[in-house]
Design a protein around this ligand. Structure first.
Ligand code: BG6
Length: 503
């Protein structure tokens, strides 16, 4: 039975309505929310872009997106009902006068709904267009109502600390911080949200979640794809800006944060900012000890020949942009003093996986005979974010038989077994939260800036010292040798766990 929400009437204006993000993610997410009865009873979604589209062609285009990218590709039976609430405005976002069309729609809908609707402006556009849109929305007085109007800003949020601060400054002249929803889609993933449940809803883990019991933490987010036609954007970004500054540091915050006193949006975000502010500032002269970079060459990926990064469309043939980054962070506070957090991410790697591994210290005393304990391994908690969605706790068990032989075994919680595997997509969760006005999973201005401060020394050094060995890793590998060396220097190695990797 479909349940209906009590969300107030809502207008969703999607700037970049003809773009890829709307096609692949936003409309499929909104339609899934609609199927689940999680959209407001009265709503409209209005796509805005420069491309010329008839309403009919636009509808068809969005439907195709659902058929290709929705988690429920085949459930298009109620599409017509949803499409009747969708429309399209063709306009040049730089044209101040064109915003009168939006004002007009808001007026009409206000009359139709009988109340002033909530208005959400979604920036699914290239970052350089955001300032002009924001200014024009401000001039058209479309964002004055702090309670009802909201803006959603996609990443990349700035290109460096300076530009992120400028963007925050501009947004704050038109919007109150409460109205601004800076998206990091990793925070909408079920498995990421579950980290808070695991840590703070169980009495078991928190007492040992510190430097006394944890040896080190690893966070891997690897992709098998290359830049997938996004060379123009990626070549000015690179793995550090594209993944580490945002998604990876957010994951690190979830592992590193102190227990929140409540689930209030600001309380959670305060606790995360505390982590970012406590991350040791890497001195420029020490960057090579803490961070390493790579770029993929051409080669073979799962028996298919694939181009190297420098051969990708819109990438400079001598590009020194990194497609792989590995960094060692320290959180210099009482809980984490001396515990390394190793973070790595890259494209064109052996496997698509995002995994967080908490490696516990070894037992202090091996009371079993040496022969029994040859394969004794320290405990380990592995949280698989994607594509596997599970949590594995490794501990020692006695191997059945007359002799006392110990072996590591896994205790596994798997989402598919426990919940039938029908989790909402990250964008569904996040869009619902924007409609509800819950900013917990969104980045506050100071969070974004603190995250930029963490990576800036590395960015600066990497820009000053061009790499001489690029490309330095083959597709289908685990990245450059230097990344192995970075962690091996501390006596560790990168861990991959899960069904495929029984390490
Ligand atoms: C995006 C990056 O933010 O995240 C992409 O810009 C990357 O380069 C993507 O591929 C990864 O997201 P996910 O959800 O597939 O891990």
């Amino acid at each position: 039975m479909q349940q209906l929400t009590s969300l107030p009437p809502t207008l969703f204006f999607i700037f970049g309505g003809s773009g890829d993000l709307n096609y692949r993610k936003l409309t499929p997410a909104l339609y899934n929310l609609f199927l689940d009865g999680s959209m407001p009873q009265k709503f409209n979604v209005i796509g805005i872009a420069r491309t010329e589209y008839s309403e009919e062609v636009y509808e068809q285009h969005l439907l195709e997106g659902i058929k290709n990218f929705s988690r429920r590709k085949d459930e298009t039976g109620r599409w017509k009902e949803f499409a009747d609430k969708s429309s399209y405005i063709q306009m040049d976002v730089a044209d101040e006068k064109a915003y009168a069309q939006i004002v007009e729609i808001v007026k009409q809908k206000e009359q139709e709904f009988g109340v002033h609707p909530n208005i959400i402006f979604y920036m699914a556009v290239a970052p350089q267009l955001v300032p002009v849109i924001v200014k024009n929305l401000g001039k058209a007085a479309l964002c004055k109502d702090v309670k009802c109007s909201r803006i959603v800003v996609e990443k990349p949020f700035g290109h460096d600390l300076q530009s992120a601060m400028e963007m925050n400054q501009l947004l704050s002249t038109i919007f109150d911080e409460k109205q601004i929803y800076r998206i990091d889609h990793y925070l909408g993933k079920e498995t990421v949200q579950n980290i808070l449940a695991l840590r703070f809803a169980n009495a078991l883990f928190e007492p040992i979640w510190n430097k006394n019991y944890i040896d080190h933490v690893q966070i891997t987010s690897s992709e098998t794809v290359g830049v997938e036609g996004r060379g123009g954007y990626y070549d000015n970004s690179g793995a550090l800006r594209d993944m580490v500054q945002n998604h990876m540091l957010q994951l690190l915050c979830m592992i590193g944060m102190e227990a929140p006193v409540s689930f209030d949006a600001n309380e959670i975000r305060n606790k995360k900012v505390d982590v970012l502010n406590a991350i040791r500032k890497i001195k420029k002269e020490e960057v090579q000890d803490y961070a390493t970079r790579g770029q993929y060459s051409k080669g073979w990926m799962h028996s298919q020949e694939v181009p190297g990064y420098r051969q990708e469309k819109d990438v400079k043939p001598d590009s020194s942009t990194e497609t792989f980054a590995a960094v060692k962070f320290y959180i210099d506070n009482w809980r984490w003093e001396g515990v390394p957090f190793y973070v790595r991410t890259g494209k064109s790697l052996h496997e698509k996986a995002t995994i967080l591994t908490i490696q516990f210290k070894a037992a202090p005393h091996y009371s079993f005979p040496a022969k029994a304990a040859e394969t004794w391994r320290p405990n380990r908690l592995a949280i698989s974010i994607q594509p596997e969605m599970d949590i594995r706790l490794r501990f020692q068990a006695k191997q059945p038989g007359q002799e006392m032989i110990l072996n590591p075994v896994d205790m596994v919680f798997n989402y598919k077994d426990a919940y039938n595997g029908d989790e909402p997509e990250a964008y569904e969760t996040l869009l619902y939260d924007v409609m509800e006005g819950d900013a917990t999973l969104f980045m506050r201005a100071d969070q974004v800036e603190a995250a930029w401060k963490v990576v800036m020394p590395i960015i600066e050094v990497w820009e000053e010292r061009k790499p001489t060995d690029f490309p330095n890793y083959a597709p289908d590998s685990w990245g450059p040798e230097d990344a192995e060396a970075l962690i091996a220097r501390d006596g560790h190695n990168w861990i991959m766990v899960g069904k495929k990797n029984k390490a």
